[in-house]
Design a protein. Structure first.
Length: 285
């Protein structure tokens, strides 16, 4: 009996020794590799690639690292790692704008007078006579002008031949206007020469006609203008050959005939009256 019990104990001991030394656990097939390993271990960590996207840029980052540690009597640690970082981005900005346009308007009284010019040189209080062939200077100011024209035309109008002579075209407008007219240069090449006559200086808006009627505050050409005279100089005549047109001894043939006719009619009238009076006995005593 003791031998049987001893045999059983030996068998159990033997089975326990074999079981403890066996390389797999009874439940290893079900649990897989979840059981603990030996003390010596090697850990390897690999970081996955992360990727994120934003509205203005795309960033791609990859990181990898390996760590190995060995422990003996002295701790020794070696780390090897490689980092790779790549960034790609693009930003686009567009700005569109438009400038503001400001329009300024003025209010003009409809009853206000139209604009005009006031002569400075020569003075408008008297009529000035210029000799054809010399320079003529005009200086003026603008009056009652609410709207300044972009440019003006300056002309001289002659009523004797119904002609208009252009002195300046598209002249810039300044507070004081001035102009020098070279009449000698004009007369030397003119197809319609200047005459000995009176002229009217007219300054008007270049965008309008000279005959247009201006509104209140606008430059008008119908304000009468400035009247000046021009004459052609006569050639030199020696004193002995000079004849005065207003002297009694220098009557023209037509004037002499008129004078003779007048004297003859007077003599005939007087003789006729004397004969009629004598026949009627008016002179009888």
């Amino acid at each position: 009996m003791r031998c049987f019990i001893l045999s059983v104990l030996c068998t159990i001991l033997l089975l326990g020794t074999i079981s403890s030394a066996w390389p797999w656990q009874p439940y290893g097939v079900l649990l897989g590799n979840s059981l603990d390993r030996r003390a010596d271990s090697t850990d390897t960590t690999t970081a996955q690639t992360s990727e994120s996207t934003t509205d203005a840029s795309t960033v791609s980052k990859t990181s990898a690292g390996t760590s190995t540690g060995t422990t003996t009597g002295t701790n020794t640690k070696t780390t090897t790692g490689t980092n790779s970082d790549t960034t790609t981005g693009k930003t686009t900005s567009t700005k569109t704008g438009s400038s503001n346009t400001t329009t300024t308007s003025i209010s003009i009284d409809p009853a206000a007078a139209a604009g005009g010019v006031s002569m400075i040189t020569p003075a408008s209080s008297s009529t000035t006579y210029y000799k054809i062939g010399q320079d003529v200077t005009f200086v003026w100011n603008y009056t009652s002008l609410s709207v300044t024209p972009s440019a003006v035309n300056v002309v001289a109008s002659c009523s004797l031949n119904s002609m208009t002579y252009t002195l300046s075209s598209n002249m810039s407008v300044k507070q004081t206007g001035s102009l020098v007219w070279d009449t000698g240069k004009y007369q030397s090449s003119a197809t319609i020469p200047l005459l000995t006559a009176s002229y009217t200086l007219i300054v008007y808006d270049s965008t309008k006609e000279i005959s247009d009627t201006a509104s209140a505050g606008y430059l008008s050409s119908q304000d009468g203008g400035y009247v000046f005279g021009m004459y052609t100089p006569q050639p030199y005549t020696p004193l002995g050959e000079f004849k005065c047109a207003t002297c009694s001894g220098a009557l023209s043939e037509t004037s002499a005939l008129a004078l003779k006719f007048t004297v003859g009619m007077a003599v005939i009238t007087c003789a006729s009256f004397t004969w009629f009076a004598g026949s009627a006995g008016l002179f009888a005593s």
